[in-house]
Write a protein that binds this ligand. Sequence first.
Ligand SMILES: O=C(NCCc1nnc(-c2ccc3[nH]cnc3c2)[nH]1)c1cc(-c2ccc(F)cc2)cc(O)c1O
Ligand SMILES: [Mg+2]
Length: 214
Amino acid sequence: TQTTRPQRMLAAVQKSATRGDPRSVVKAIDQFCRQKEWAMNVGDEKGCILDSVVTEVNPATVLELGTYCAYSTVRIASLLPPDAKLITLEFNPHNAAIARQVIAWAGLGDKIQLVEGPSGDWIPKMKEKFGIETFDLVFLDHWKDRYLPDTKLMEECGLLRKGSVLLADNVICPGTPDYLEYIRNSPRYKSQYFRSHLEYTKVEDGLEKSVFLG
Ligand SMILES: O=C(NCCc1nnc(-c2ccc3[nH]cnc3c2)[nH]1)c1cc(-c2ccc(F)cc2)cc(O)c1O
Ligand SMILES: [Mg+2]
């Protein structure tokens, strides 16, 4: 029977990456997406910007919205300090099953908690379910029409503190116009746009980094 693209991506990781070596997992996925099939990972160009923000923030708590096949999950977790925790939310059970295996291959199972289900349901439960006070860094990479409602929800649930950093993928392509409008005009955020390209293409895209001012 026909395999899915995430299954083929996992096979590429298991074939080409070294167990327990997160950077080799990232490299194997990028190679697969450049040489074989495009996939919606943040990719290496925007990934380098992501790396610089993660190392600058040096977060103890990270929330990722939109796991997909765990490319950015592994990329972020490989840069976290020893006791840091990353919670990642995936909506699609098939993608979640693949992501768990990619995370296991990278050897990052003890840093990463993958949660399946809609962000709207899980964000209000973060404190009670995972003992999270606030998030130091949030990477938004899920459905583009959820960025704004989920940001407002995180504010309402008190999950952001003065200095929390939101980093949003795809603000140009596919685009998140309502989120950009809100975050760039809100007095509660200081925003900065990092111009780049849609993963594995020459199409313009970028990351928006926003610091919550409290
Ligand atoms: O849709 C994307 N990413 C979303 C995956 C996801 N994985 N999990 C979720 C989730 C998780 C909890 C949720 N709770 C409620 N909705 C949820 C959705 N969403 C996406 C699409 C593109 C893209 C660009 C150009 C094209 F021509 C076609 C596609 C590029 C990208 O970098 C993306 O990130
Ligand atoms: Mg993306």
